[in-house]
Design a protein around this ligand. Sequence first.
Ligand code: NAP
Ligand code: MG
Length: 504
Amino acid sequence: MENAIKNYDLHENVRSFVPRTHKHFIGGEWVESASAQPFDVKDPATGRVIARCASGTKHEVDLAVAAARKAFDEGPWSKLTPSERSKAVWKIGDLIDAHNTELSQLEALDNGKPVGVAAVADVPLAGDIFRYMAGWATKVEGETIPISVPYAPGAQFHSYTLRDPIGVVAQIIPWNFPLLMASWKLAPALAAGCTMVLKPAEQTPLSVLRLAELIQEADLLPPGVLNIVTGDAAAGAPLAEHPHVDKVAFTGSGEVGRLIAKAATGNFKKVSLELGGKSPTIVFPDANLEQAIGGVASAIFFNQGQVCCAGSRLYAHQSVFDEVVEGVSKIAKNIKVGPGLAAGTELGPLVSQEQFERVTGYVEDGRNNGAHVAAGGSDNGSDGGYFVDATVLTKVNSEMKVVREEIFGPVLCATPFTDDDLDAIARDANDTNYGLAAGVWTQDLSIAHKMAKKIQAGTVWVNCHNIFDASLPFGGYKESGWGREMGHEVLKNYTELKSVCMAL
Ligand code: NAP
Ligand code: MG
């Protein structure tokens, strides 16, 4: 495993951390699996094994949930003052920033993404959400509510609400932004006073294991507050159905989202889901085309297109369609493809062989059904890595799989529109089972706000795309999920509301 990373220029901590057989983090200890054999973690740029990781099963999930249950039911975490919790959560954010170099290298190595992108986006956003949520730890408040009880004339009551932490939380996350997805889940749960069991994706467990190690070294959380069980569905499924888990938060595919929702019915644990998308970007004829072309390209090619809110369906007005498609195609053809750790890489490999086959399969299906390939369209396989070209498809229609289904790769489907009626344009944009995000490109304020209202999506970006902030709620309409992450909205996911009513 050392050999597989020897040619990279890596921080010494990364070099010593990666090539190990990693363990679960349960009750403040590093724990091996009782029986299951470890699984391989691969470098997507080469397909070579860089690490091994413990395969979690029901046994390890039971241990982790028991540790989280004890830490919640007995404290001390759930009994700390909000201010004490706030300080710990804030320090985790600072710890992430202080280790930016190693954490971004881990993301590049494990996920394949360009290290420079991880260093300016994934890691700083992860640090930020801990600090943002640290502020909320002291502001989870109830209300006093005046009541008038018709069958108790003359009686007086004092009524108020309390927001309690929801309890033990299961958090199951995908591989596209490993550290950031973990942070979106951990930070609000910690701020609310919950304890948790996190299962990272089997493809990308490394950065969150390193984060747990850093938190442990800095002694920021009592044992059992944060538990990590690595592995695949053999760990995820028992976690989602565990009777001692109070809430499950999931990000990933709709297919697994459905399984999670069903599994949660055993004890009616609360569920929040952040699922996929097929987000439209709409370019109006009055848009600043230079900005729009760059924006549309980055909306789909950022993170190799492995973004749930990627702008994967382009609708551009007929009068500017050719210019937009040519511009985006030119960017696609010139984009620098390479390993995430190589200098100047703009488009890294996809995360896995499975994703590589999935994405190239979709492109093939589009081609077989009449799509025209304006850019890319082939795999860019080299050295066993999972590279695909940035791809632009035209001559597509709303019946085609490439337009209807989430490809989760750098593949844009472009369609012209001729109508000036905003309702008709919004119908195209909304012609999807998903509703996660949309991008609108126009200089006309009236069009911008009217479209923002008409689009059925949790986020509408105007003259931008993929802009995230810890304070801005994110989540989906329709099949893109249940609930919102980030902002103060997310605290609803991790608290229960209690009404207290006292006769005076
Ligand atoms: P996935 O299967 O939905 O995986 C997401 C997480 O759920 C992973 O941690 C996964 O473990 C876990 N999981 C799998 N089966 C489970 C089960 N039965 N019970 C509980 N947890 C379970 O996503 P994927 O296979 O990695 O990607 C497939 C497609 O999902 C992508 O092509 C894309 O379309 C979509 N996706 C969406 C997002 C998003 O942000 N919305 C992110 C990633 C993927 P394993 O790691 O073992 O699978
Ligand atoms: Mg899967």
